[in-house]
Design a protein around this ligand. Structure first.
Ligand code: ZN
Length: 169
């Protein structure tokens, strides 16, 4: 049985304790992602890097329903997001971060709203024009007189990004 994760976390305190969390945010707590069909399964880890910058690693998955923009029928898809964040108190602070960290704003209690952060990441990772995989789509290739709809849902492999960051360093 997995744990329900806290909605907000103080990342500095969590990093001092080098905490890792594995668990979920329940489907009914999700407010901004449309048609969630599962909980958000999530692992979080908090640490400081060698420059003493606080780092939040997130790895999260959700299943959701989207409407195919080719045949207008719903389909279920899994979204996987992975990213490294660093908590900041201001935009000025955010500008000092190394490029490979995304800034995330802490509230007045020095906490980060983790669920809101995950919702943002999930929404950003969704294709602008969701379409079925062509073998599942009601509209066959032959019906498409205007040719192929550009495939917008091919996202870069997150591991490829990690590899390129490693190579840079
Ligand atoms: Zn379709």
């Amino acid at each position: 049985m997995q744990n329900k994760l806290p909605l907000t976390i103080n990342p500095i305190k969590a990093a001092q304790k080098r905490l890792d969390y594995i668990g979920y945010y329940p489907n009914e707590a999700i407010t901004r992602v449309e048609n969630p069909k599962s909980n958000i399964e999530c692992s979080l880890s908090f640490d400081f890097d060698e420059q003493r910058i606080c780092v939040i690693n997130i790895d999260a998955k959700i299943t959701l329903e989207q409407i195919c923009q080719r045949c207008f029928r719903p389909f279920v898809t899994e979204v996987h997001v992975m990213n490294k964040f660093s908590p900041v108190k201001s935009d000025t602070h955010a500008e000092t971060l190394p490029e490979h960290y995304e800034p995330v704003l802490m509230n007045e209690f020095d906490e980060v709203d983790i669920l809101a952060l995950l919702e943002d990441e999930i929404i950003l990772s969704l294709p602008i024009v969701p379409v079925h995989n062509s073998k599942h789509c009601e509209v066959s290739e032959a019906d498409m007189v205007f040719g192929d709809i550009p495939i917008e849902n091919e996202k870069p492999n997150p591991f490829a990004i990690l590899v390129s960051l490693k190579n840079k360093g």
